[in-house]
Ligand binder design. Structure first.
Ligand code: DOR
Ligand code: ZN
Length: 484
């Protein structure tokens, strides 16, 4: 003993800590929900509990900025208890939850409903507010009321929330920009998709591949370009959700090069599946945006390595088997659960040598924490940070079984896939929420909204004199003596 003055709540001993840059053998002591000490076993304080994690890796828990937990309104698909249990099982310690519930999270009243539903969560969470045409007047209230980010559906998807016109989007960006909060974009252009789907349906195309035909990559690249222009004009911070194509990487990279505050995510399905899987999976693979060509996956992998794509998220989108399995592709609900399978699927890629464990920490924890203002409280294994941890066994092999998912949505294109690399414990603020591949059921309700730790730096607002709010005041008064 070194005479350390406190008694830790928990010490993880014998493991290897992984950061975005390195890995090293160290023990981790936790107290009052925080990491108190990372260091040699001889430096550890006495602890109420010591857990041996020899041979395992200690990662910051994944931060998934894109999940749909469906409550209120669609609890036959998922609710906050089952969705957050899926997160805990998957080594994910913080989620940001989307507003396409019923009712959608459009106003402070609906935010309060969402917050109440979220009280059951096993893991910490951010809550998205909606940016739509019919709630422009509610945006400031949502900011003041404590949303953690905004979501703008440029294209339709589950919930069929109408996409705002570019005019309404611009006004929304103007209102949100000064708050510094990030606006996440479902970047698919609705009018192109509606037109093509109608024409395909008229022509009798009902097969799974017709889904890609209705949403070619131009749908995504046009939307990313347009959103980046609006972000550049207003200074709003934006985030491109579920990057699915090589085509949208160019406007994303260009915008970054111009200094636009833009980040991007992809999801495991766009890295690990492609058009050749449609025949096998049928309507199960239907997701918005669609899984595309192998050449798209290859380009997205490269962008994930180079940093053009900042992070991995899941678009966890559970539906029932009946809603997913349809003979006519247009009738099948889009999306599938992902928050539980992301880490095993990506660790399996680590095991295969496709990405390092360090880079995985960067894209799953550090980068999302930085982009959404949770850094330095979350996303790192260092003294002072939240003790949000995934203990990973890189030798353990498991087979993903849809029927055994914690999620209520028991349909996944990854059913039957064997993976090497599994989170065997998940801790949220020092407490086990998953232990030895079992959910600690009594931790439902332990999760907290991240508002108190979220710090978004002030945004560089641009063209403030030309916002709708400014010009609606009328022309600036002419100062005396200004006339010739
Ligand atoms: O396929 C999808 N399903 N894509 C989305 O963006 C939303 C999601 C859902 O909520 O079901
Ligand atoms: Zn989504």
């Amino acid at each position: 003993m070194t005479g350390t003055a406190f008694i830790a709540d928990l010490v993880l001993t014998g493991g290897t800590v992984v950061t975005s840059k390195s890995r090293f053998k160290a023990d981790v002591a936790m107290k009052d929900g925080l990491i108190a000490l990372v260091g040699k076993p001889s430096a550890m304080p006495a602890a109420k509990e010591v857990v041996d994690v020899s041979g395992k890796f200690i990662l910051p828990g994944a931060i998934d900025v894109h999940v749909h937990f469906r409550e209120p309104g669609y609890t036959h698909k998922e609710d906050w208890r089952t969705g957050s249990a899926a997160a805990a099982m998957g080594g994910t310690t913080t989620v940001f939850e989307m507003p396409n519930t019923h009712p959608p999270t459009r106003s402070v009243t609906e935010l309060r409903q969402k917050q109440q539903a979220a009280e059951k969560s096993h893991v910490d969470y951010g809550i998205y507010g909606l940016l739509a045409e019919d709630n422009i007047g509610e945006l400031q209230g949502l900011i003041d009321g404590g949303v953690n980010a905004f979501k703008c559906f440029m294209g339709n998807t589950f919930g069929n929330l109408p996409s705002p016109s570019t005019g309404a989007m611009l006004e929304g960006f103007e209102i949100i920009a000064p708050s510094g909060l990030r606006i996440s974009l479902h970047a698919e252009t609705a009018s192109i998709m509606a037109w093509r789907q109608k024409r395909l349906m008229e022509a009798g195309r009902n097969d799974p591949l017709a889904h890609i035909a209705a949403r070619p990559a131009i749908v995504a690249s046009e939307a990313v370009s347009r959103a980046a222009e609006l972000a550049e004009w207003t200074g709003a911070r934006v985030h491109v959700l579920h990057i699915s194509s090589a085509a949208e990487l160019r406007p994303l990279a260009d915008a970054k090069a111009r200094g636009v505050e833009i980040t991007g995510e992809t999801c495991p399905c766009y890295l690990l599946l492609d058009s050749r899987d449609y025949a096998r999976l049928g309507s199960v693979i239907r997701v918005n945006p669609p899984v595309r060509e192998n050449s798209d996956s290859v380009a997205i992998w490269q962008a994930l390595q180079s940093g053009v794509v900042d992070m991995i998220a899941t678009d966890h989108a559970p539906h029932t088997p009946a809603e997913k399995s349809k003979a006519v592709i247009w009738d099948a609900d889009c999306g599938f659960p992902g928050v539980e399978t992301q880490m095993p699927l990506m660790l399996n890629q680590v095991a295969a040598g496709r990405i390092t464990l360090e880079h995985y920490v960067k894209i799953s924890a550090e980068n999302p924490a930085r982009a959404f203002g949770l850094w330095p409280a979350k996303g790192r294994i260092e003294a002072g940070a939240h003790a949000d941890i995934a203990v990973v066994d890189m030798e353990r092999t498991e087979t993903i079984e849809a029927s055994r998912l914690q999620s209520r949505g028991k349909v996944t294109p990854f059913d039957g896939v064997a993976v090497t690399g599994v989170p065997v414990h998940t801790l949220v603020r020092g407490r086990f929420v998953q232990r030895d591949r079992q959910i600690v059921t009594e931790t439902s309700g332990w999760g907290r909204q991240v508002t108190d730790i979220q710090r978004m730096p002030p945004a560089q607002v641009r063209n403030a004199d030309q916002t709708l709010a400014a010009v609606l005041q009328g022309p600036a008064p002419v100062t005396a003596g200004a006339t010739a």
